[in-house]
Ligand binder design. Structure first.
Ligand SMILES: C[S@@+](CC[C@H](N)C(=O)[O-])C[C@H]1O[C@@H](n2cnc3c(N)ncnc32)[C@H](O)[C@@H]1O
Length: 190
């Protein structure tokens, strides 16, 4: 079973799972969805669990859906500062913005699970036994620098910061920070 709030993400997953007859998809909130108790061997999330408003409650709900000795695995982003794709545009934007309120590192969002100790505490409170985290460093490749721009522009972080700059556009923002341009050009090949 695949679960997500977004119809677009589910449609993509459905296409990817074509031919897998036993897979079904549900558009719902995994924090509160009434999963059948003790019905799954494992739960996995790719970059989804950091958005839970109440992560402990959400993981309690997910744990109940697992059989005894069931396993949970997920991938989440490390800290904002360790992700050039996000931090470089933000640094470039900040030169054009009034001082921003301090960011709460634990607030739901892409980087809410950057602290492994916090995540371990959440999982313990949710009733999971032993847990371990593994740092993974991977290079993200976009086919072209234009595609890379489209990706950055579609992100929540872009909307939050660059959206406040009335005349922001790829050309202007690429010019405003040479490191940003360099990163985009490294990630895209054209
Ligand atoms: C960064 S996207 C990752 C999407 C997909 N897993 C992937 O790897 O391409 C985060 C996803 O988490 C989903 N999400 C956030 N909170 C959720 C919740 N409470 N229940 C179900 N899905 C949630 C969003 O709808 C979004 O599709």
């Amino acid at each position: 079973m695949g679960i997500d709030l977004s119809a677009a993400v589910l449609a993509f997953a459905q296409r990817a799972a074509k031919g897998c007859e036993r897979v079904r998809f549900v558009q719902a909130d995994a924090q509160v969805f009434p999963f059948e108790p003790a019905s799954f061997d494992a739960a996995f999330s790719r970059f989804g669990v950091m958005f839970f408003a109440d992560p402990t409650a959400a993981f309690i709900n997910i744990r109940r859906s697992l059989r005894p000795n069931g396993r949970l695995a997920f991938v989440c982003w490390r800290a904002l500062e360790e992700n050039p794709l996000d931090i470089l545009p933000l640094r470039a934007a900040s030169a054009h913005l009034p001082p921003q309120p301090a960011h709460d590192p634990d607030a739901p969002g892409p980087f809410a699970f950057a602290n492994p100790d916090r995540v371990r505490g959440i999982l313990e409170r949710a009733g999971f036994g032993r847990s371990r985290s593994l740092p993974v460093t991977s290079r993200l490749e976009a086919a072209t620098s234009i595609r890379c721009w489209r990706f950055v522009r579609g992100s929540e972080l872009w909307a939050r910061f660059f959206g406040k700059i009335p005349s922001s556009g790829p050309r202007r923002c690429r010019q405003c920070d040479p490191r940003l341009r360099h990163t985009m050009d490294l990630m895209g090949s054209g």
